[in-house]
Design a protein around this ligand. Sequence first.
Ligand SMILES: [Ca+2]
Ligand SMILES: [Ca+2]
Ligand SMILES: [Ca+2]
Length: 476
Amino acid sequence: MISPTETTRDYEWQGDYHRFSLLGRPWSGCYALPWRSYLTAKKTSSVKIPAEKGGVMKNRRIFFAILLFTSFSFVPLSAYPGTYHIMLQGFHWESSAVPQGWYTIILENSQRIKETGLNLVWFPPPSASASPQGYEPTQLRNLQSAYGTEAQLREAIRVLSPEVNVLADIVINHRSGTNGWADFTNPDWSTFTIVRDDEWGGEKSINTDLGNPAPFSRDLDHKNPETQNGIKSWMAWLKNDVGFAGWRYDMVKGYAGWAIEIYNDHTLPAFAVGEYFDDDTAKVIDWIDSTHREWQKRTTAFDFPLRNALYQAIAWGNYDWLKYHDRGAGVIGLWSDKAVTFIENHDTEEARNSAYAPPFPDGDQTLQGYAFILTHPGTPCVFWKDIFDTGPERERRIKQLISIRKSYGIHSESKVWIDRAGKGDCYAAYIFGDHGEIAVKIGPGSWSPTGSRWDPVDDLLTSGNGYAVWGEDGPK
Ligand SMILES: [Ca+2]
Ligand SMILES: [Ca+2]
Ligand SMILES: [Ca+2]
């Protein structure tokens, strides 16, 4: 979350903070804290205390507070309030081929999106492109694309806003020529905006690419003020005139993370997320760290490492992948506020034939995945096809999980305690929401929450093939 009003702390304080933090970043997510076993023991030995809220909960909270202010007193309790967003990826790989135009489909579903409680919608790349999906942009200021006209785009954003913040897919690793390889028009850019080591043979920048190359398009030199200013004014126009509220940065492995700071500082998005396509948590976190000098302003990243771990768990039964040493897998296990969790996207879905990563098996496995991400911290992103194009029963079940997240107040920073994560068995965890604690189990193994506050039958909120979710107060 990038906010112009966000307070920042001085670097000296930040240095102290980092020295005590896990791998150099704020210690959030608080997975598998050792105190939980103490609390559980206390809870079960306190059965004489009335089960109503008060006794046990109160003791727990006091203990929690004392513990935080002693051994964990370096954690700034108020610095990370967490956010409550639930994102929708508002398109899929074949959306550009819909005859009536995809923006029309979004418009027709705008009420459905709002009623579901999705408050961030990631739109496809808005500009004219050499390929229909939009990932080879040509004329950045031409918003006529395979998804529809500029007027249809503006109308879809207008109808969704302000309840829903619309994110534009920002493709700035590379740009394609209007007719050929490097004729940049609308806006007109010189070929000095192209990195020296791009495959195109003409006159280019003196700077080399600071990330991965795109062999199909001209890699841009983000050090060049012409490139920077061109992108800044284009993005400011998308936000201030067209109505986008934030950004989904495409292919961020292709250029330096500091460029994100420049573009975010100029446009102040309500939300921003980057596609750092890698299963290595440390690499994704390193990229997040590179996106701003002030850690509060760093952008979020899609949690590809968690997606991989969930795939391993759900497709192959390796539920042990969801616990890594003493914490959860992926970016949410280290810095959940900066993680956008997801199950499937336009690159992993079945239509892509495992070009980048295998799709989730087509069955209730996908629901197991949603039972995980919608009950856990991070900002969950629901894939359009999974919720809206897979039949009413699937939609009902995902909506049920969303409503549990909302009623128990689970947010991007909610704490998690993992009770079990075993191969061929299940993953089970407790998650602490603002309005109570929930428990979730995914996988074939048998498990239910234990302790005086839990009734495994009455407190069951939803269940399906290979998943179950309980709430300490039952349905709300
Ligand atoms: Ca290239
Ligand atoms: Ca590049
Ligand atoms: Ca209960």
